[in-house]
Structure formats: C-alpha cells, structure tokens
Design a protein around this ligand. Structure first.
Ligand SMILES: CC(C)(COP(=O)(O)O)[C@@H](O)C(=O)NCCC(=O)N[C@@H](CSSC[C@H](N)C(=O)O)C(=O)O
Length: 343
C-alpha cells in the first residue's frame, strides 16, 4: 500500500461476531396460513392510486382480450422502517432480467404488463440508461444541433423502432411499485384483472420480493432517532405472507405461473427451487444464482426435469442476452399449457 495513503483503520466489529448478527433462537416461522394472508390485506391499506391503476389495466386487458398477455414483475421491493420513510430494507435487483425478458415477450407477440420497481430498468430504455451506457455518450453536436453519433445509428434505430412499435400498438403497460405492500396489493388486483384471459395469461415473477416486513401496527411514524454515543437498532420483522400460494390457488386460476428462485449458495439452488415448485404447485421455477444470473439459469419443472440454460463463452463475449434463450423456451411451454387448457 502506498506509504502516503494511511492504511484503513481495522474494522471495529460490534460486540458480537458474525454468527450472532442474526438471532437464530427465534423459531423458524411456519408457512403463513390462509388467515395470515387475509389478515395481511385487511391490516395493510392498498396504495391510494390502486383503483385508477387497475382501471387502466382493465382497459389494456380488454384491448388484448383475444391475444396473450404476460405480467412481468421486475426489480426489488422495499420494506419501510418508518411510516415517513427515511430508512428501508431493499431487495437486490437492477431490473435487467425483467426489462430484457419483456422485450423478448414483445418481440414474440405478447402484450406486456410490466410491474416494476420505480426507477429500475425498463424495456428498451435499459440500453441507454442515465448511468451505464449513458445516452449522452451516443450524441454529438453538429451545426448547432444534437445528432446521434453515426457509430451508434444502426443499433439505436433498431431499439427505437421496437420501442415505437410497442407504443403504437398499445403492447406495453408500465406500472410502478416501491414497497412490498404496493407490490402485493397490485399483484393481487392485476391477477383478478387477468382472469378473463384464462390460460392465455402468463405470470413471469422476476421481481426480488421481500420475505419479511414491519407490520403497520409496529412501524414508527417518524425517522428513527439514533442516540448520542450510538445505540443498537433491533428489528422485529414479520414474515411476508407466502403470496405465491394464493396466486396459484385463488388469484389467477388457469393462468400459467413462472417464478424465479434466487440463491447465492449453489449447493442449495436446485433443492430450494424444487421445494418452491412442490410448495406452490405452479408450472415452472427458474433457479438462478446472483453471481451467474446473466450467464445461466435452470428450469425446474413439475415432471422433475431440470434443464440448464447457459450462454456459451462466445455468446457471453458477444453480449447475447440469456433471456433470448429463456423466453422462447417459456413460450413453447405456454403453447402447450394453452392447448392442454382448451381455452
Ligand atoms: C432478481 C433476479 C436475480 C434478476 O436480477 P436483475 O437482473 O439484477 O434484476 C431475478 O432473476 C430473480 O431471481 N428474481 C426472483 C428473486 C426472488 O425474490 N425470488 C423469491 C421467490 S418469488 S417471492 C415469493 C415469496 N418469497 C414466497 O415464497 O411466496 C425467492 O427466491 O424466494
């Protein structure tokens, strides 16, 4: 290390060690019973904008009543720690999986309801976001006017044309969420809105959903104060109802439902994905590891098959989207689902 740069102070660990960071003496929560889910929705108000949002979704579904509609969820849900939220627990997701998948569904003739974390990546604009691949880097000034750098014309024109087509044909409905509560209320309401499509409705649950939250009756109104000299913040979180169970059983009967299982430990990915499929009895779990999610996923299906979908090194090197392989494989399964459902 350069002599003139002082070495960082040794990290001060809090009193305990890593293994004490989470109190594991509390018994593991049993799977949420049905009543817990009713309680959740009775005790946690829907967002005030929900009625208007759903009216728009109803118009969209009516417009596409003879086609296929996929609800793509994308981005991470937050768990506010105060009602006047200053601090919150976030779930990791840039929104790349959802936004990229939505583009491939659109290119395959699906209408897309994109339920996404506000300000996360969106279909098409994800190619030129404000930070990575900043759109300003693709422009230059010529004769006092802003023009697109000729180097990028072809690629940008292709993205623009796809974006325009989606807009001109009313194929993409963008609906935002931020908190877990907004997400759950909106997902439930959209499930009911999609019922008329029966098997032609597809749920593609790529959002990173919170598992624990602070219930309304326990959340402080104002910013939590830290005491002078420092003080611990001990949080007591409740489990988020296992809504996937309700979605499959009650909210979206007949629709095809695909969920994602996110892990960081490769040794438990397959078993956790199988467990989710057994627990919720939906049609497909796509397992992925945080660290390799852009290069490989595994399809875990009710007939016990496990199909790995991987980019080759050459595909990775040339920037092929793994979603260009995932989505056609899902559509193949949706074709069969619709045929078997007879509606
Ligand atoms: C979030 C990523 C990894 C994409 O990343 P970006 O491209 O950066 O956006 C996505 O592929 C994914 O695994 N999404 C699902 C993550 C997730 O939270 N899955 C839940 C299942 S759906 S939430 C279901 C709820 N917990 C319940 O059991 O009812 C889980 O693993 O537990």
């Amino acid at each position: 290390m350069d002599s003139h740069i002082p070495s960082p102070p040794t990290r001060r660990l809090s009193m305990g060690e890593r293994e004490n960071a989470i109190d594991r003496t509390i018994p593991l929560f049993p799977p949420a019973a049905e009543i817990d889910e009713f309680n959740y929705f009775d005790n946690n108000e829907p967002p005030e904008y929900l009625e208007g949002m759903i009216r728009g979704a109803q118009e969209f579904v009516k417009f596409h009543r003879n086609g296929r509609v996929v609800l793509v969820t994308s981005g991470g849900t937050t768990v506010p720690l105060e009602n006047q939220t200053v601090r919150f627990i976030d779930n990791f997701s840039a929104g790349t999986r959802g936004a990229t998948s939505a583009e491939y569904f659109l290119e395959n003739g699906y209408a897309v309801i994109f339920l996404h974390r506000q300000f996360s990546l969106l279909p098409y604009s994800r190619h030129y976001s404000h930070s990575t691949n900043c759109f300003l880097d693709f422009m230059e000034e010529k004769d006092g006017k802003v023009v697109v750098d000729p180097k990028y014309q072809e690629e940008m024109l292709s993205v623009l044309r796809k974006y325009q087509t989606a807009k001109d044909h009313n194929l993409l409905l963008l609906l935002p969420f931020t908190t877990i509560n907004q997400y759950l209320h909106t997902l439930r309401a959209l499930s009911v809105t999609l019922r008329p499509l029966k098997s032609r409705a597809l749920f593609y649950l790529a959002a990173a959903v919170s598992d624990f939250f602070v219930p309304l009756h326990r959340i402080p109104e104002h910013k939590i104060q830290s005491k002078a000299g420092g003080s611990k913040l001990v949080m007591n979180l409740d489990p988020v109802p296992k809504f996937l169970h309700r979605l499959v059983d009650k909210w979206a009967p007949g629709a095809m439902i695909v969920s994602f299982k996110l892990e960081t430990d490769s040794s438990i990915l397959l078993s956790k994905a199988r467990q989710a499929l057994e627990r919720y009895a939906h049609q497909l779990v796509i397992g992925n590891l945080l660290q390799t999610r852009k290069a490989e996923v595994v399809f875990v299906e009710p007939d016990k098959t496990e199909l790995w979908i991987r980019l080759t090194p050459a595909q990775e090197a040339t920037g092929v989207d793994i979603e260009s392989l995932i989505i056609p494989a899902i559509i193949q399964r949706h074709d069969i689902w619709i045929k078997q459902s007879g509606n």
